[in-house]
Design a protein around this ligand. Sequence first.
Ligand code: NDP
Length: 472
Amino acid sequence: MESTRRRTQHSANGKGSEAVGKSAQWGRAWEVDWFSLIGVVGLLCFAPFIVFYFVMACDQYQCSISQPLLELYQGKATLLSIWGRAPSFTWSAAKIYAIWVGFQVFLYMCIPDVAHKFIPGYVGGVQDGARTPAGLINKYEINGLQCWIITHALWFANANYLHWFSPTIIFDNWIPLMWCANILGYAVSTFAFLKAYLFPTNAEDCKFTGNVFYNYMMGIEFNPRIGTWFDFKLFFNGRPGIVAWTLINLSYMAKQQELYGHVTNSMILVNLLQGIYVLDFFWNEAWYLKTIDICHDHFGWYLGWGDCVWLPYLYTLQGLYLVYHPVQLSDTLAVAVLLLGLIGYYIFRSTNHQKDLFRRTEGACSIWGRKPTYIECSYLSADGHTHRSKLLTSGFWGVARHFNYTGDLMGSLAYCAACGFSHILPYFYIVYMTILLVHRCIRDEHRCSSKYGKDWKRYTDAVPYRLIPGVF
Ligand code: NDP
């Protein structure tokens, strides 16, 4: 079997990777069960259509999710007629997209971070990632905040002074751009898949499960790179998708202004709350190196296509909806949504910050005004070495094992509620995030349990709930 072959293969540096199989099994799965395989094939087949369906529901049916299905059922429309009405690929969209991605590559690769030199408290520049299952620690150039600021400064300069293009350019090319994003998403995933076989960056951190669909979707290489610094995960996870998120919302806002002569408070709320989330991501990009995306997920279609297509198209559905339905919330509701979003953000940020602080200082810090409590644990890396770690059991980490997800879900609900209560489409995000984070939580706990063994059991005994104390 491929996995067995792989595990006994010798790497470029001469170290046998036999140990990978014996010593450390805490990375991603080595073998695929039928349930996961069905999920993977289902996602590969249906995820692109889900994106297409939502975008077309807005373009052709005023964001009604049920109307296209009803028309198909009644025979008033066919899949071909809906497809036929979809705006097609255009070379002008391809040019916009190529300039966009090229510009983000340029910023990522060619402008080393200077922001950390003059913004107090910001951590940027060259930073260490977490230890990989093979025992490596990669270096990353953290310059996302700087890229985000330069990109947005140019956007505002263009909108107010330069007038090179209309601020509605993204909305106006939304579907042609979707084809371009799909081309990039599939190209990068396929390239990463082939690269893992032909010239992996670090052979010892590759995982071949023996199932081609699973390998393609969940990735083989852990940290594929081109050269020393072009890291696929850091680039595609953060840019171009997350930098684009706030620009997409600004383009929707400009479109509302163009169509109706004013911008609604719901559109401002969505821009504001999602803007805080995006800015938080870049402010804390160094922290992001310690999250599951970078520390545990391999780079495949899930991240490659997901970051190019799923994220920019489905995370921004609220703004898109508000272009078609310019909802003006009552002051009370607007304040309630704002509070829900801000409280959710506070919990999300504080929980993540507590873990980061705790891990960085190795427990020599104060959490909620007290010395933190924790569980000492140990684990093996693939090179057979034993490492020590600590699991925090106080602060938000004593309330539930993933209270950061709870805060994230509250924020997500706020984005949806900003769109009012007359359509289901904007609520897709909270449904999706709930599935994503619950699944992620279970996946992460399975991994932590393999990594820490009985120490993890002691931790789950000390903090028995995952997301909501007393419930789950
Ligand atoms: P976490 O930041 O919660 O990281 C989980 C890891 O932290 C575990 O694998 C373990 O790693 C370590 N850990 C677990 N419990 C403890 C503890 N008690 N004390 C110290 N370390 C612990 O998860 P994510 O990386 O998934 O999420 C990061 C943030 O990103 C979250 O706030 C989440 O909401 C958000 N997110 C947003 C998404 C979006 O699409 N909007 C998608 C995914 C995440 P180790 O092996 O180091 O012990």
